[in-house]
Design a protein around this ligand. Structure first.
Ligand code: URA
Length: 434
């Protein structure tokens, strides 16, 4: 078999066979197929697409390129959640303890943030002493004992995706549904959960800019999940503005805690109830959404979801007192309000740009190796649709120095577009695919 023949076949609109896909992924992972041939193939896939069978074969070939986790020693139903990436997305920190408090096991592999998007693993490291690189034995033991563990993805999980994603990133071949589906689902399937719920973001801060594109991706992801024998659902949500108010690692942890304490409601709680309902019903823990939502709200009301977060933190060597006393979490030296220079209604807050403000403050990585400052970030005070008076604060910059705060304040102001007319907030949840 020759890679050149496979590239030509895809270029001309043909479907690759199972064996051809396996040959290509094996060869690329081992290094016998060079980057230049693989980038030509990715571009052919961008233009020609793949049918469902090819996408499933590609996903399975990538999943088998490295180790897979066998979660069968863990008793009960195991669930995993994945978000396609956003700004201010602290959903996992809320949803996972809520679901675990309802009895569904959470065995989750999470990533670090890169660029303008954050990562759950970095956020969890805001808890003093928290270890994300726990041993497999500890991971299994924690899920069995307390019902939840969230660890960093190991290097051996889907090595094909690590190479391929880096290549796609620099060859203009990220936004192709077959490539995104196989990249995400190979990692989810390798992580071994029985139930997979996906939060597919759409809008200016997401890969998928329109609800139609996001729905197509969501359908692709759930189809592959089901074909691979998993219970799978997807929720399509808005990422035109940041999710919630906090953007920055420790700030997002504080906001997540306030939702788990029942103090913060709104879109963030709504998203967790929607994703959580999908998990509980797919896992057979609730007959319908109404029962699932009631169960999820009850674990907030009785404090058991917050307690589950404390158990998660303690189970991974962190200081769980910080769950009940957030002054123990990292706190920035400088806090600066950002006053609006005019009156109006917030029409737009560019999510990606807010993520970049946090990154410039030191809260995000420029390269995979960068050290990040967990304390810094942005707390928004105004969201789309809100009325703003001149001089009223749009948000607060949390910075390590006055100079950085001043620079970030100017950048945050530029993220906002105000209009003279009242602005209707678009629906936050744009669709659910079951
Ligand atoms: N997230 C991934 O893991 N892979 C993609 O291709 C896009 C988003």
């Amino acid at each position: 078999m020759q890679m050149t023949d496979l590239i030509a076949k895809k270029r001309d609109g043909g479907a690759l066979s199972t064996e051809e896909i396996q040959f290509m992924i094996r060869g690329y992972t081992e290094g016998s197929i060079p980057d230049y041939q693989m980038s030509a193939m990715c571009m052919a896939i961008v233009w020609r697409g793949m049918d469902d069978r090819e996408i499933l074969d590609l996903t399975m070939a990538m999943m088998h390129s490295g180790e897979t986790l066998d979660l069968s020693p863990i008793r009960g139903v195991k669930a995993d959640k994945h978000s396609t990436g956003g700004v201010g997305d602290k959903t996992s920190l809320i949803l996972c303890p809520m679901v675990a408090a309802c009895g569904v096991k959470i065995a989750k592999m999470s990533g670090r943030g890169l660029g303008h998007t954050g990562g759950t693993i970095d956020k969890l490291e805001s808890f003093p002493g928290f270890v994300t690189g726990i041993s497999e034995e500890r991971f299994f033991d924690n899920v069995n004992r307390i019902g939840i563990a969230i660890a960093g993805q190991t290097a051996d999980l889907v090595p094909a995706d690590k190479k391929l994603y880096a290549l796609r990133d620099v060859t203009g071949t990220v936004p192709a549904i077959p490539l995104i589906v196989s990249s995400i689902m190979s990692k989810k399937l390798a992580s071994g959960a029985d139930v997979i719920v996906l939060d597919v973001k759409c809008g200016s801060g997401a890969f998928m800019k329109t609800p139609e594109q996001a729905a197509e991706l969501a359908r692709g992801l759930t189809r592959v999940g089901r074909l691979a024998g998993k219970k799978c659902a997807a929720v399509i949500t808005d990422m035109d503005e940041p999710l919630g108010l906090a953007v920055g690692n420790a700030l997002e942890v504080k906001e997540a805690i306030s939702v788990l304490r029942g103090e913060t409601k709104g879109e963030l709680l709504e998203l967790c109830l929607t994703l959580g309902s999908c998990i509980l019903t797919e896992a057979g823990f609730a007959a319908d959404d109404a029962e699932a939502r009631a169960k999820l709200l009850s674990v907030i009301d009785d404090g058991s979801a917050l307690k589950k977060l404390a158990e998660l933190v303690e189970g991974q060597y962190g200081d769980s007192r910080a769950v009940y006393d957030v002054s123990l979490l990292p706190d920035a030296a400088v806090k600066r309000e950002v006053p609006s220079d005019r009156a109006g209604f917030v029409r737009r807050i560019e999510a990606e740009k807010v993520g970049l403000v946090s990154m410039h403050l030191g809260g995000g990585r420029v390269t995979k190796e960068s050290e990040i400052d967990l304390a810094v970030g942005v707390m928004l005070r105004k969201k789309v649709g809100d009325r703003v008076e001149p001089g009223e604060s749009l948000g607060v910059i949390h910075a390590s120095s006055e100079q950085k705060a001043a620079e970030a304040a100017e950048l945050l102001r530029q993220c906002y577009t105000l209009s003279d007319e009242p602005v209707e907030k678009p629906p936050f949840i744009k669709g659910i695919i079951r």
